[in-house]
Unconditional design. Sequence first.
Length: 625
Amino acid sequence: MSLLTLDEYTEQWLESVQADNPSTTRLAHRFTAKMLRDWDGIDEDTAEIIYCDGAGDGGIDAAVFLAKDVQEGIEGDKWMLVQSKYGSVMQGVETILLEAQKVFSTLAGQRASLSGLSAELVERIQNFLQSQSSADHLEYVLVTSRRLTQEERAALDDVRMLGRAKWGERFEVQALSIETLFAQVTEEDEQSHHALQVKLQTPAVQSGQDLWIGATPLTDIYHFMQTYERESRDLDVLYERNVRKHLGSRRKVNKAIEKTLEDSPERFGLYNNGITIVADQVQQMASLNELLLINPYIVNGCQTTRSIWNVLKKRLDSGGSAKNEERQAWERKLAQGVVVTKIVAVGKDGEDLLNATTRATNSQNQVLDKDFIALEKGFKEWASQFAKQYGVFLEIQRGAWDARRAFQKQHPDCTPRFEEMANAFDLLKAFAAGWLCKPGIAYAKNPPFAPGGTLYKEITGLASFGVNDLYAAWLMQKQADSYGFGRRTGDHASSRGQTRYLFIMVAIELMQDFLRKKNLNEEPSLAHAIAHWDLSGHLREFCEESVSAVDEYLRRDTNAEDTLFTEPGYRGDMNAFLKNDRIGRDLREYCPNLGMQIALAKRSLSKTLDASGAITALNIDSEKE
């Protein structure tokens, strides 16, 4: 495949953002939402996102609240304050410093002319800061069209220091850009034309042809990362071949790593499992304690190295020339600290060795929400099958669809060409909602569906699960989209904005019931039936009945019966009710009214389907019927 340029990728990425000539405010909202989704997987299903840009916003364009999740190892709450600088709005260092200062003064209560929405948001954040524990975090996020220059990144570092002076070490900063996403999806092509060379000071010993093992001083790891950031302009690229990005200090394990660095850095090598770096080539320099790494990546130890980065940057690069006894004592201990390091030369075309190394070195840890599904062999194979069997692009890496469409636009004769896409992660959630009757978890959480997550294991562990099931889940997603489920605008905002997965569950239950009544619960498979009903038009009949059932269930009319608002499990918060893992699963005690709506839909459907040809459409022998 020919190289894709940044301009080509940016044009395609912005297509959906700019569609239908949106207002300036709507354009900014779309830009921010897509950036958060494509980079961190944050959307309105799994986080509270508040857009408050405009007059009286106090410098906060959007805010994201991420609640703690003890089950997934996230101990604290987190607020992300987003500054969205789309296009020419970003005017360099001055913009960064002025906008950050505006936010700081807003949180300090020094801006009186806030809009009602912003004033309410600021009050919530101020309450959060007053009751903040060591597990909680406040993050300032700068979202831009282009990647920051070196001078701009330095200014953002200044913002970090100012923020930590006000709110302590739990204040973080992050910069996101389209160019960062572009680097992620075009990384292989770039590397074939540009070799990034970074030196690592380490007393490593070569073992065999491809492996070096050593105990690298903590300060040398930090200097290696500084050099990498300077040369690549983005430290996050160092982790693009990892199965997960930095999970942040909210997680228990990362807090422990940072505590060791703060209290006992000399013992770090004893307490930590070490890191693994892969590179296209590894060259021994004249100094036996120095290696030159060509295109290096950290594939195990993201949490370790980012914790080293955070603590040493704070301790060593915060300014101030005065030496005190406590700092000198800590620096003496730091000089004794090491991290066990494995360096693997995988070769320029060593994809198999790289993936095997990545998988093996991460096997001791649970893989959580930030992980890349793209490394999973099954999904790589399913993506190929999806394209061949159905002519649909299965996206297994965030941003890949935008890159593919941009490539197709620039190369009109390329094959295959795709007009439609399906996101693998979303299909797992749709499958869990419908086939496993778990719409609440699908709506509420992402981590269980990532590689290593409980539902990821359950779904991919099913003996019969495969590309046909993914295709059926995609067809149901398309049906949900056609009825406006999952969208919070339009005539059905109140009834359909939060019930995408509930709709899929109800529709699948109606189809399974139909097959059971016709003694077809084993042959054909449900996936087979959905595909045939889609071609014959009968799938719409099941969906129409499901739409009626869901809309009736969410009616707010005081005279309506069997609604969500009179369920035994309802406690006045519809969002919380729909995200409960008992929704759809416990039709006896938690949501009997939903059970009644499904029963009524089955009864209504049975009167029309027998005469509609739904059985004939399955191409089943009459004797089997």
